[in-house]
Ligand binder design. Structure first.
Ligand SMILES: Nc1nc2c(ncn2[C@@H]2O[C@H](COP(=O)(O)OP(=O)(O)O)[C@@H](O)[C@H]2O)c(=O)[nH]1
Ligand SMILES: [Mg+2]
Length: 299
């Protein structure tokens, strides 16, 4: 029997565990990620002549490993995705919080891995009168999207079918976030120094790895070593001097610009949306994670 491995990623509370259970039923093994006490859950389901293995990654808002920070979950998720173990990544996003969830999605698009998006909580979006143009969103993100209500097992058959299709074709998203010229130039100049350090399997992720090095991502810095990291630091300091802003703030800003334009075109909110308490808390956590000082106006 042939086997596919898929990694499940998403923000906390997007319904990842519910989907994992709907896909794999009772057949799960629970262990730990190597060297750490973070739970690693693996399940299986049969599909045609395949066994599909589902690896549950920690819930995260981003894949940023902040230096000296407590970004263990982000490190596990990023390292796993870059390891190439998975044939594809399923990104579960919460339809009722689409803009916030798309930050992680944008990073996955940038990583150039075969990707399927599952938009979960479609029932809640409907209750809140949030209309999502899934066909256009799929086009803008350059990746297949399956709507789901995981808690009612709706959309699971469609998701399984798309998973096998993309795991077979290994179609990779072509969308590229555009960064300020100074960052794009630094990526172009650093790339030839980084590519020779990467295993053949990691070459596809070279732009992402270079960008993360420029952002001073701790996991990437440790993997690439001292020499090239010092080179990246010189570029980073120059950019920060010229643009008077930190590189990771600039890149987050570019991602949000991409997300805002995408959401504006594809998501319509006709009802008046009042933020729930958990939305507000998540917003604070996200802003902290990204290190962006934002004063929350609570209405
Ligand atoms: N209404 C609704 N609730 C859902 C859906 N999927 C998951 N949930 C609920 O959302 C909550 C969080 O789900 P969970 O799977 O634990 O999220 P995780 O943190 O991503 O693992 C749980 O109470 C689920 O029952 C859905 O499609 N619709
Ligand atoms: Mg969970």
């Amino acid at each position: 029997m042939r086997k596919f491995i898929i990694g499940a990623v998403g923000n906390p509370n997007c319904g990842k565990t519910t989907l994992f259970n709907a896909l794999t039923g009772a057949k799960q093994q629970v262990g730990n990620w190597p060297g750490v006490t973070v739970e690693r859950k693996v399940g299986h389901y049969p599909y045609e002549e395949y066994t599909v293995e589902v690896v549950d990654l920690p819930g995260t808002y981003s894949l940023d490993v902040v230096p000296g920070g407590s970004s263990l979950d982000e490190r596990i998720a990023q390292d796993y995705i870059l390891s190439g173990e998975a044939d594809l990544i399923v990104n579960i996003i919460d339809a009722s919080n689409i803009e916030r969830n798309l930050y992680l999605t944008t990073q996955l698009l940038e990583m150039k891995v075969p990707l399927v998006i599952a938009i979960n909580m479609m029932d809640i979006a409907q209750q809140r009168q949030i209309a999502i143009d899934i066909a256009t969103l799929s086009e803008r993100l350059g990746t297949p999207i399956v709507p789901l209500i995981a808690s009612k097992e709706k959309g699971i058959a469609e998701l399984k079918q798309i998973i096998n299709e993309i795991a077979t074709t290994r179609q990779i998203p072509t969308i590229q976030v555009r960064y300020p010229d100074a960052i794009e130039t630094a990526i172009t100049q650093l790339l030839p120094h980084i590519v020779p350090l990467l295993s053949p399997q990691k070459q596809a992720h070279a732009r992402w790895i270079t960008l993360k090095l420029l952002e001073n991502d701790e996991s990437i810095v440790q993997q690439l070593g001292e020499a090239v990291s010092q080179q990246a630091t010189q570029y980073r300091e120059k950019i920060e001097e010229d643009l008077e802003e930190e590189v990771d703030i600039l890149t987050a800003d570019s991602r949000y610009t991409f997300i805002s334009a995408t959401v504006e075109e594809t998501v319509k909110k006709s009802g008046k949306i009042t933020k729930t308490l958990s939305d507000k808390i998540d917003q604070v956590v996200l802003n902290r994670t990204l290190g962006i000082p934002i004063f929350l106006v609570v209405m």
